[in-house]
Design a protein around this ligand. Structure first.
Ligand code: HEM
Ligand SMILES: *[C@@H]1O[C@H](CO)[C@@H](O)[C@H](O)[C@H]1NC(C)=O
Ligand SMILES: *[C@@H]1O[C@H](CO)[C@@H](O)[C@H](O)[C@H]1NC(C)=O
Length: 222
């Protein structure tokens, strides 16, 4: 039995991707609850456009993280090395999201191939959790170890995540150093459960434009 499945079973947590409609932002997300201990999980949510072009396209990522954790990371290609790493840590009443890349099993450096913009809604901290919601330009395509990779919006693919109870040294900075993670883990997310026909309009409703998906201009002039 896989460790992740064992943890989820012991914790009585749902295993698998579901569809989650977020009332605050209006986005429909594919949602995976990734168990990292017997009793706790990190919720990962992904909203993609239904009408994504064949090249680069934007995504919205939302996570809900127990306050016990000082940082979390999502590896879009399913391992640490040579894929976009979304790293986040709480900073006061919001989170700082940082774009990283690793060429080995050492502290990842800044990655300019992916950029993040926090939405006006869906970013908050309360007594138990911190949550961020951001547009990512550059998370769904990259050049990996064996060439070009593109997450197909209608597919399931294997992702990886990392986390630590240790805190970022400079939480207000997106280039803060972070301590090494605890044991990383993997999950398969079914992105097709979070497709949005009105992706651009929802971004605009949340104060963000759908430009800058990478090398190309995605959905026409706004
Ligand atoms: C903060 C500095 C970091 C250091 C020093 C570090 C170091 C390492 C090391 C040594 C391993 C191998 C563990 C083993 O073989 O047992 C590893 C694996 C892994 N790390 Fe990191 N890491 C760091 C940050 C990150 C970040 C930000 C992510 C973001 C998701 C990440 C994701 C992973 C994943 C998914 C694995 C397992 C898959 C693989 O081997 O590529 N790491 N890391
Ligand atoms: C930090 O934020 C700046 C301004 O938005 C951005 O240009 C830069 O790429 C970001 N760096 C990282 C590592 O996320
Ligand atoms: C705290 O925030 C999280 C994430 O937004 C939410 O799931 C949880 O219900 C909130 N808890 C309380 C007590 O409001």
């Amino acid at each position: 039995m896989k460790l992740s499945f064992a943890l989820a079973a012991l914790a009585g947590l749902a295993e698998g991707t579901i569809t989650y409609v977020d009332q605050e932002t209006g986005f429909t997300f594919s949602e995976y609850k990734a168990a990292y201990s017997l009793t706790a999980n990190i919720v990962f949510r992904f909203a993609l456009p239904s009408n994504a072009p064949s090249g680069p396209y934007n995504a919205v990522i939302q996570t809900v993280v127990p306050n016990q954790l000082g940082w979390i990371g999502l590896a879009w290609g399913g391992n640490m090395v040579r894929n976009p790493l979304t790293v986040a840590y709480p900073n006061g009443q919001k989170a700082t999201v940082s774009s990283r890349w690793a060429t080995g099993h050492t502290t990842p450096t800044s990655y300019t191939g992916a950029t993040y913009t926090l939405l006006n809604a869906g970013n908050k901290v309360n007594g138990s959790h911190w949550q961020f919601t951001a547009k990512c330009s550059g998370c769904t395509t990259w050049t990996g170890t064996s060439g070009s990779v593109r997450i197909a919006p209608t597919s399931s693919s294997r992702l990886a995540f990392a986390y630590s109870t240790g805190k970022a040294s400079t939480p207000s900075s997106n280039t803060s150093s972070i301590p090494v993670h605890d044991t990383p883990n993997y999950f398969t997310n079914d992105f097709s459960q979070g497709l949005n026909p009105n992706f651009d309009a929802l971004l605009q409703r949340n104060g963000v434009s759908d430009t800058g998906a990478g090398a190309v201009f995605v959905d026409g002039p706004l």
